[in-house]
Design a protein around this ligand. Structure first.
Ligand code: MN
Length: 261
């Protein structure tokens, strides 16, 4: 299984590392054959071209499926932020900007991304899963445990969040955005491993992979120096957010699906 972290509009960087990993060719076509690739969410904001990022993911989903492979895409908090800005605009929000639109802008929203959200792209974004399971891996965008508020199984969580993304209840959106800004739940050297273990016991899987928190913020590395996943919490958690928007060049992680005991 291959995994790529938060793109945040850095379409060019994403294509370079996907090409280096042998998953796409110079023309951007899927060359991964039967491989599985997951995008960890946060396609938008803080970078120039989120629309190109999701169009790449959507096209690769079709091309990979035709080749016997699979491309999965998780929902990130910035994807909810732009959906909320699109749906509610200047309506009041509990977020940092006071309205949904202003809160998205303060989180690095790009006007061209919002303008590019046509019906197909909106429908695709609203359908994204918040969590997934791939072999021994549990995948979610955020290093946070709020997912438990929305369900006790992966299916329940995804259905609950998808229902919100199709609803006009601004309070539900506000609450989701508030939860989704949580991070670093597993960083504590003492409590982290047990927290990941409880999270894994609930949803299944033997290790947890996430994006959302740039690796440099957990390790103190400069983003430009980050070139590989960060494994922590007693080996149970893996962060794959290279911090592309902060100057990281990005990377594609290859994770072994079967994990030794
Ligand atoms: Mn995020």
């Amino acid at each position: 299984m291959y995994v790529i972290g938060d793109i945040h509009g850095q379409f060019d960087k994403a294509t370079v590392v996907l090409c280096e990993a042998g998953l796409i060719d110079a023309g951007g076509g899927w060359t991964g054959g039967a491989a599985t690739l997951w995008f960890m969410g946060d396609y938008f904001d803080r970078g120039p071209d989120g629309i190109a990022a999701i169009d790449l993911v959507r096209r690769l989903q079709g091309e990979a499926a035709a080749a016997g492979g699979r491309v999965g895409a998780l929902l990130g908090n910035h994807d909810v932020l732009i959906l909320a800005a699109q749906r509610f605009g200047d309506a009041p929000s509990g977020g940092p900007g006071g309205t949904f639109l202003a809160s998205w802008q303060r989180n690095g929203g790009e006007a061209s991304d919002l303008a590019g959200l046509d019906g197909d792209r909106l429908a695709w974004l609203r359908s994204l899963p918040a969590m997934a399971r791939e072999g021994d891996w549990l995948l979610a965008h955020a290093d946070a445990t709020f997912y438990q508020v929305y369900g006790r199984t992966i299916g329940e969580v995804n259905r609950s969040i998808r229902r919100i993304l199709h609803s006009d209840d601004a309070a539900d959106w506000d609450l989701l955005l508030d939860y989704f800004s949580q991070r670093r739940a597993f960083q504590d050297a003492e409590r982290g491993p047990a927290r990941v273990q409880r999270f894994l016991a609930l949803y299944g899987g033997r290790r947890f992979v996430h994006g959302h928190t740039p690796i440099g913020k957990l390790t103190g590395q400069k983003p430009a120096a980050v070139s590989a996943p960060h494994t922590y919490a007693g080996g149970l958690a893996v962060d794959v957010d290279a911090g592309m928007y902060m100057g990281g060049r990005g990377f594609v992680a290859q994770l072994s699906e079967a994990i030794y005991r």
